[in-house]
Design a protein around this ligand. Sequence first.
Ligand SMILES: Nc1nc2c(c(=O)[nH]1)N[C@H]1C(S)=C(S)[C@@H](COP(=O)(O)O)O[C@H]1N2
Ligand SMILES: [Mo]
Length: 411
Amino acid sequence: MSTEDLTRRSVLKGGTTLAALTVLQVAGPAQAFGFGPDEVIPWLDQPAPNPIPTNVGNMLKWEDLDSRLTPTHNFFFVDHYGQPERLDEATWEIGVTGLVARPKVLSIADLKARDRHEVEFTLECSGNNGRPFVIGNIGNARWAGARLGPILQRAGILDDATEVIFWGADKGPVTVRDNSGIVSGGQTAVAVPDADGGLDLTFTEQFARSMSLRDALSRENLLCYEMNGEPLPREHGYPVRLIAPGWYGVANVKWLTRIEVVQQRFAGRFMARDYVTMREEHRDGQTVWTFATVGHNRLKSAPAKVTRRDGGYAIMGAAWGAPIAGVEIRIDAGPWRLATLADLRSQRSGGHVWAFWTFDWGRPVTGEHTITSRAIDTEGHIQPAPEDPLIASKRTVWESNGQITRRVLIA
Ligand SMILES: Nc1nc2c(c(=O)[nH]1)N[C@H]1C(S)=C(S)[C@@H](COP(=O)(O)O)O[C@H]1N2
Ligand SMILES: [Mo]
């Protein structure tokens, strides 16, 4: 597809919102991505120290970004209950249970005997950019494994099935209040201090996430046992994890041990209590709270680094979460200006792979500057500004896809 075709298509789809993108800039091979020997100017605003390094780690240092695939040893991890103790590919079992005609137990050898499929997918934790120490919970890898859909189909999905739960082997203690410990005051639930301890319920919950049967059957979902051509490392879910391209990190269940087909919504911790986006909206003079479980990736971009070569400066960054049509940059309070996309892979992959972009900054005046980026997808949607109601009404850290501003000092 030529650049012009693509631009016309984008503009048609996006209507007037894409007016600014009349000339889609895409770098040719000669401008292939990479800054080689250039000097990187570190951002003035560095993330806060990580207070929970055993749960979250290896976060991307944006200034280091220099390859589309994130090296496996630099790929962030999020482990809510730590890693399971016994991880052995030879004895691992994945149960396919619930509303299926032929329940099954699969070994890793069974998975590897099936056709191997590969997908490149940029995985982002939905908590990324939700707190000052979390700005690098993102990475891009080639994931390989067996397709989930045919495995489910062959088990014989029964008619009343609507939902599929993916269980990890990791677990931990969770305390919830018994209903009698909560009084409901209009839209706001208030927990009553629990003086005698009688009303809390503590139990051991296994990590689990679910999706609708229809979403689970998506062609792209993999029971994944390889990352970047190597066996999955422990911290990324060895020996097998779900890879659900287009979904936030939390849906990509690691150390997968059971796939359960059910006929009801699943309301486990990571569907209904954690990873729930809450918004305080104002409608017709009323305050209305909304609650939504974290799901698909959202349109987003970030400036990665400023570099200098021979006194000239450039800005580079990434955009993801949807098929990217363009990225615009704002320096200080200036106008939005178009950056150059390094390639169109993100469009070809349905938006599952991040797009890198560059912007020639020339010779800026010395002093401190701010740099903001905003991504535009092929449907004409623009990454929201911080004051957009979608972002401004949000009261939880999840799905923080608002425009990101970084600060840099030009000496
Ligand atoms: N079993 C299990 N799967 C899990 C998690 C977990 O704690 N346990 N964390 C989830 C979250 S919140 C994220 S962001 C991704 C991170 O994947 P990674 O650690 O391979 O980067 O894994 C998801 N899958
Ligand atoms: Mo996450």
